[in-house]
Design a binder for this molecule. Structure first.
Ligand code: NAP
Length: 298
């Protein structure tokens, strides 16, 4: 069997178009557009590139976007002052503080300063708790939210299925498990979470009708770890040396794509799988936050 390759790039394009339409409707109804603020500290090229992509995607969707850039030596107090200002700004519905932050700034203090109803990254402990408790309308982290959309829109509804997640990080594995466990659309799966201390990992992985891999190890999941016909979602983004590439490296996932493709029923590629969906979900969360603010939940 050769797996269906699910294009996250295509799905994300469709979703971004849909969001553009919904932003227009929002503007027609309320006379304003949703607003997203991104906060970048320092000059890390990867962070600059990510923030740039997020702002461009917001603008293309008709979302007002404001990028605030601070020098690397900015103090925690200055950053907190900025976040407070954005919390109070009625034109801003979503706030994204790009990680990592420099050493002198405690990440958890800054993330917790973001008002939970503007926390479009879904990292605030209030949102983490609400997601875990199954509170409706919560802002979930963008990567796992995007994976649920991938599953639903490619015809692989997780309801009733056994989903195995490899990785238990706060940004992917854990919120992924919470989302798949929700009662309702995109949830109702039976969920196993595996990690570096899991015994017989290959055997556990082979149980997954849906196998979601987020560990950060190139080509770690091989064909013998995959149940025939499974839907495999590869979250990993890893650089491997490639002298044939202009940059000297290329990006690969956590899944050995070529061999797993011969066993799986469907698979997401890297690049072009989960990554583009993460950005689309940032826009989705911003729109969701703007709508909630009008309903008095913001
Ligand atoms: P992380 O915080 O480093 O967590 C990695 C997880 O994988 C941990 O739970 C770890 O287990 C587990 N793990 C590591 N080695 C393992 C092994 N040999 N066997 C089983 N489990 C193992 O990573 P993350 O932030 O979740 O990111 C994971 C990958 O996804 C990275 O490549 C990252 O770049 C990528 N990513 C992509 C997107 C996107 O939008 N495309 C978004 C986020 C992350 P322990 O807990 O036991 O240490």
């Amino acid at each position: 069997m050769t797996a269906e390759v699910i294009s996250g790039t295509e799905l994300a394009r469709t979703i971004r178009e849909e969001i553009r339409g919904q932003v227009s409707e929002f503007e027609a109804a309320h006379g304003s557009v949703p607003g997203l603020a991104t906060v970048l500290v320092g000059e890390d090229p990867a962070s600059q590139a990510y923030v740039g992509m997020k702002n461009r995607a917001a603008q293309e969707a008709g979302i007002h976007s404001r990028q605030i850039t601070f020098p690397a030596e900015t103090s925690e107090a200055e950053l907190l002052g900025c976040v407070e200002g954005l919390n109070a700004d009625p034109g801003i519905h979503g706030i994204l503080v790009q990680l990592p932050l420099p050493e002198q700034v405690r990440e958890e203090v800054v993330l917790e300063a973001v008002a939970p109803h503007k926390d479009v990254d879904g990292f605030h402990p209030v949102n983490v708790g609400r997601l875990q408790a199954g509170v409706p309308g919560v802002l979930p982290p963008c990567t796992p939210k995007g994976i649920v959309e991938i599953l639903l829109r490619s015809g692989h509804d997780p309801e009733g299925k056994h989903a195995v997640i490899i990785g238990r990080s706060n940004i992917v594995g854990r919120p992924m498990a919470s989302l798949l466990l929700q009662k309702g659309r995109g949830g109702n799966a039976t969920v196993t979470v595996a990690h570096s201390r899991t015994r017989d990992l290959a055997e556990v992985a082979r149980q997954g009708e849906i196998l979601i891999v987020a560990i950060g190890r190139p080509h770690f999941v091989t064909a013998s770890m995959v149940r025939p016909g499974a839907v495999v979602v590869d979250v990993g983004v890893n650089r491997v040396d490639d002298p044939n590439s202009e940059r000297g490296y290329r990006l690969v996932g956590d899944v050995a794509f070529d061999e797993v493709r011969e066993v799986a029923g469907a698979i997401t590629p890297v690049p072009g799988g989960v990554g583009p969906m993460t950005i689309a979900m940032l826009l989705s969360n911003t729109l969701q936050a703007a709508k909630a603010s009008l309903e008095g939940h913001g």
